[in-house]
Design a protein around this ligand. Structure first.
Ligand code: NAD
Ligand code: UD1
Length: 334
C-alpha cells in the first residue's frame, strides 16, 4: 500500500510518516517547506531506517500532483498541508483561504482524475467553536470564529459534498484536539521559529531561557483553578490515529468525522506544574488578561474513534511534557 502524505515534513505529518513506515506502508511525501525544514526527511529515515520518495512542491500546483500520481500508484492520501495559525489567519485571511482551500481542491481533483478516492483529512476541534457542553461529541453543532477555522469547516463540507456526488469515496475527517510532545527519539518535534502562539512551544522556550516568562492568559475562567482547560494529546498517539483512519478508508466507503483527543482536560497551571516537576526545571510565569477568542474549556469525547477506528490515546501528560523538553534539549546539543 502506497500512501501520499501532503505536508509530511511538518509537525504532525513527520510523526505520521514514521508511524506509516513502521506499520509497513510505503509513503510518498510532498511539502513546500513553508513551515518545515528539509532535514526532517533525514530524521524520519534515521528513526525508521526506511527510505521514501519526496517531492518539493506546492499542493496547490496540479501539475506536480499529476506527476506524483503518474509516477506512483497511490492507494490513499493523508492531507496535512495547510496553514494553521489562528491569529495570522485573522490578519491574512486571503492567504489562508487561498492555501488551505486551493490545495485541497487541487488535490481532490487530481485524486479523482487518477481514481484514488481514499483520503484522511486534518481537521481541528476549532470547528466546534465555543461548545455548549462538554465533553465534545462529533454530532455537536459546528461553527467557527476565525478564517483558519472557516477553512477547516469549508473543507469538511467539500468532502461531504464530494461523497454525496460519488459514493465511491472513502473519507475520514480527523478533528484534532491539542497535539503536543515529540517523538521519543528526540529527533522530530515542534520548534516554531517565531514567538509561539500555542502553550507548549512557549513553555519549552521559557524552560530553555530563550523566552523569559510565560504569560498565562487569564485565571478567571470557569475551571478548577481559573486557567483555560484543554485536551492535550501526545503527537505520537495522534499519529497512530492516522494509521487506524487509513485502515478504515481502505476498508470502508463513506465519509465520517472522528475526535482525536484523550477525553481528559488539563488546565494551563496543571500543564506548567507537570512540566516543571517531570523535567526538573523552573518556568517563570505571570497571569495576564484573557486572550481574545479563547474559551474556558475544551475536551473530547473520544469514544466514537474508539468504537469505529479501534483507536484511543495511551500516553499521559507527563510523557508529553518529558518528550517536548527532550526534543528541544537535543536541538540545543547539536
Ligand atoms: P505544520 O505547519 O507543522 O505542517 C504543515 C506542513 O504543510 C508544513 O510542513 C508546511 O511546509 C506544509 N505546507 C503548507 N502549505 C503547503 C502547500 N500549499 N503545499 C505543500 N506543503 C504545504 O502543521 P501541523 O501542526 O503538522 O498541522 C498539520 C495539519 O493539521 C494542518 O492542516 C493543521 O491545520 C492541522 N491541525 C493542526 C493542529 C495543531 O495544533 N498542530 C490542530 C488541529 C489541526
Ligand atoms: C489553539 C487554536 C485552535 C487549535 C488549537 C489546537 C488559537 C486561538 N486557537 O487553541 O484553533 O485548534 O490550538 O492546536 O490559537 N495559553 C496561555 N499562554 C500562552 C499560550 C496559551 O496561557 O502563551 C493558554 C490559552 O489561553 C489556552 C491554553 O493555554 O487556555 C492552550 O492554548 P493554545 O495552545 O494556544 O491552544 P488553544 O487555545 O486550544
Amino acid at each position: 500500500m502506497k500512501i501520499l502524505v501532503t505536508g509530511g515534513t511538518g509537525y504532525i505529518g513527520s510523526h505520521t510518516c514514521v508511524e506509516l513506515l513502521d506499520a509497513g506502508y510505503e509513503i510518498v511525501v510532498i511539502d513546500n517547506f513553508s513551515n518545515s525544514q528539509p532535514d526532517v526527511l533525514d530524521k524520519i529515515k534515521m528513526i525508521t531506517r526506511k527510505d521514501f520518495k519526496f517531492y518539493k512542491g506546492d499542493v496547490c500546483d496540479k501539475e506536480i500532483l499529476q506527476m506524483i500520481f503518474k509516477e506512483n500508484k497511490i492507494d490513499a492520501v493523508v492531507h496535512f498541508a495547510g496553514f494553521k495559525a489562528v491569529g495570522e489567519s485573522v490578519i491574512k485571511p486571503l492567504m489562508y483561504y487561498r492555501n488551505n482551500i486551493d490545495s485541497t481542491l487541487s488535490l481532490l481533483e487530481v485524486m479523482n482524475e487518477y481514481n484514488c478516492k481514499k483520503i484522511v483529512f486534518s481537521s481541528s476541534a476549532t470547528v466546534y467553536g465555543k461548545p455548549d457542553k462538554l465533553p465534545i461529541k462529533e454530532n455537536f453543532s459546528l461553527k467557527t470564529t476565525n478564517p483558519y477555522g472557516a477553512t477547516k469547516l469549508m473543507i469538511e463540507d467539500i468532502l461531504r459534498d464530494l461523497y454525496i456526488s460519488d459514493n465511491d469515496w472513502s473519507i475520514a475527517i480527523l478533528r484534532y484536539f491539542n497535539p503536543i510532545g515529540a517523538h521519543a527519539s528526540g529527533l522530530i518535534g515542534e520548534n516554531p521559529n517565531d514567538i509561539p502562539n500555542n502553550l507548549m512551544p512557549y513553555i519549552v522556550k521559557v524552560a530553555t531561557k530563550e523566552l523569559e516568562c510565560l504569560n498565562i492568559f487569564g485565571d478567571d475562567y470557569d475551571t478548577l483553578d481559573g486557567t483555560g482547560v484543554r485536551d492535550y494529546i501526545h503527537v505520537v498517539d495522534l499519529s497512530k490515529g492516522h494509521i487506524k483512519a487509513i485502515e478504515k478508508v481502505i476498508k470502508d466507503k463513506g465519509v465520517d468525522a472522528y475526535n482525536l483527543g484523550t477525553g481528559r482536560g488539563y488546565s494551563v497551571l496543571e500543564l506548567v506544574n507537570t512540566f516543571m516537576k517531570v523535567n526538573n526545571v523552573k518556568i517563570n510565569y505571570k497571569i495576564v488578561g484573557r486572550r481574545p477568542g479563547d474559551i474556558d474549556a475544551c475536551y473530547a469525547d473520544p469514544s466514537y474513534a474508539k468504537e469505529k477506528l479501534g483507536w484511543s490515546a495511551s500516553l499521559g501528560i507527563e510523557q508529553m511534557c518529558k518528550d517536548a523538553y527532550n526534543f528541544i534539549k537535543k536541538i540545543e546539543e547539536m
